[in-house]
Design a protein. Sequence first.
Length: 328
Amino acid sequence: MKIILNLILTFFLSLTTPVATARAEFEADINKGYDYYSYIVDYENSYYSLAVVEGIVDDEIVYGVFFFNDVSRSYYITLVNEKTKVRQIMPETGRGDVYVLGFKIKPDSTYTFLIRDKAGHEQSLPFKLSFGSKTEEEIRLASNTGLGKGVSMSSLETAYRFKILKVNWLALIISLLIAAAIVSLTIIIYFYRKKKGVFKKKDESDFDFEKFIHSNEYDNFLSREIEKPIIEVDPDTITVEEVGENGTPIVAKEDATQVYKRYERDVEAEYSEFNIKDYLEKEGFSSDYSQLSEEDKNQITLKLMYLKDKNLITVDDYLEEISKLWKS
């Protein structure tokens, strides 16, 4: 007997349409979750079914939507702000239906629904739908009483005429780095072929500090005899012309001639207390000369020449630092 009853029940359940089953489930969830509610739209045709609920949940005005396609993904529903014309998309099920138990709208605004087919053609409704103007008290008075257990709230996505692309930031960054590398390589090849910038050939008349420091000429320069003018007088040219009143002889000298005496540069070196390292670091140069490019070394050489000309460092300071610079 039980088997027969189960077969009969199964038979009658099979006669129930999918839309009826989904609608019954929606109504049960609304009654369970809302404190007060009423159906402001209950419409059905051969293509879709639409039900809109207006009610109170936790002392707030809330709306629910049931939209069911007879053929999946044949029609789509959109919420429209009647004042700003901003459109919002309702969350959809796998077959393109809408089963939203609760969502909120902006106060002091009225809304309607726009229904479109797959081709984007708007579907006219046999009634005018506008909601959002009622107060909480008005909704309570015209509503059914529910169980008030609450519903899950849905957030609506703003619809744009042109869908905003989702950016893959990692791919974008990699693409930009590759593009920058290609541009940099192109510039390097251009300067190399045109012999410009760091690829420019040295003029033969340019003084090569590095070559000079590593040559024998530099060593000869440090030990070179420096001519120093001195005054030398031949004693045989001194004659006594007369004697003064106090008996002191008056010596008349012939014009002294200026001659040059050569001496080895073996005197003690002279150094200043100027901190060259700190000065160069403040000027933006590294004190590790071995890591510098030839262009940077030339710039430092000019800085050292400037310090020497301003008497901030001695010649010995200059020569010693130049040696360190170009031999590193």
